[in-house]
Design a protein around this ligand. Structure first.
Ligand code: ADP
Ligand code: MG
Length: 234
């Protein structure tokens, strides 16, 4: 996808762990508003990609253009200040702190504390559980809290790693609707196992296979692409 004014423009990105290379020349972009889906079977490299984009892993090669600035050599804090947000796949909340305390920590660097009210408006369920320890929340509520915390830094681009993993089916729809709303305001890259959901929320999709982009296109086209199932099969 390329129309000249993307918030994110990644070119030939390679990265991995130590000497073990996982990503091989990944190129992708994301528009200023709207969601991009990142699909692919387990082990394809999706999490490694997001970690490289947010700066947890140093790339071996390639460019990460964010808002017209090359950020591949910057640390995570700098990238977050520029407007990247990240909701990791693994536990992203402080389990022994309450919902209120988790959100307060997320807002700690903000002078304006109204962000917390904004998050509670966005996820009313969290408002009902403010004094509850995050470790006792349901899977869906934890994901909402993790997304809510990431929103407190007012990201221009939100990287979401499996936002519905471990979420009860009845709550998945609720999260999907919130993400659709968010996609009208900011840019998002959504890594998802629920392909139908991802392709509904996103306008454009990439499919990763063994650390490379194997397939890309509008969600509409990818949905009907006969190769899709091949790349998703375990
Ligand atoms: N910390 C790590 N050290 C070494 N290899 C890793 C590490 N994390 C992931 N990998 C390897 O990188 C590959 C891609 O993993 P990952 O990015 O988590 O894929 P996905 O998110 O698509 O399931 C896998 O082969 C995995 O074993
Ligand atoms: Mg992963």
């Amino acid at each position: 996808m390329s129309d000249g004014d993307e918030i994110l423009n990644v070119q030939d990105l390679s990265s991995g762990y130590g000497r073990s290379q996982v990503l091989f020349g990944v190129s992708l972009s994301s528009p200023r508003t709207g969601a991009v889906a990142m699909l692919g079977r387990n082990g394809a490299g999706k999490t490694t990609l997001l970690k490289t984009l947010i700066g947890e892993i140093k790339p071996m090669d390639g460019l990460i253009g964010f808002d017209h600035i090359e950020t591949q050599n910057e640390n995570t804090e700098k990238r977050v200040r520029r407007g990247m947000g990240y909701v990791p796949q693994e536990q992203a909340v402080f389990t022994t702190l309450t919902v209120r305390e988790n959100l307060a920590l997320g807002a700690i660097s903000q002078k304006d504390k109204s962000g917390i009210d904004m998050v509670l408006d966005f996820f009313p369920k969290l408002g009902e559980r403010l004094e509850q320890q995050a470790g006792t929340l349901s899977g869906g509520e934890r994901k909402m809290l993790a997304i809510g915390r990431a929103l407190l830094s007012k990201p221009k681009l939100l990287l979401l790693d499996e936002p519905t993993e471990g979420v009860w089916i009845g709550v998945i729809e609720e999260i999907a609707e919130r993400l659709e709303l968010l996609a009208k305001e900011i840019s998002m890259i959504i890594v998802e196992q629920h392909v139908e959901l991802a392709l509904r929320v996103a306008d454009y999709a990439y499919v990763m296979d063994r650390g490379e982009i194997a397939l890309e296109g509008t969600s509409e086209n990818i949905k009907d692409d006969p190769q899709l199932l091949r790349y998703l099969a375990p």
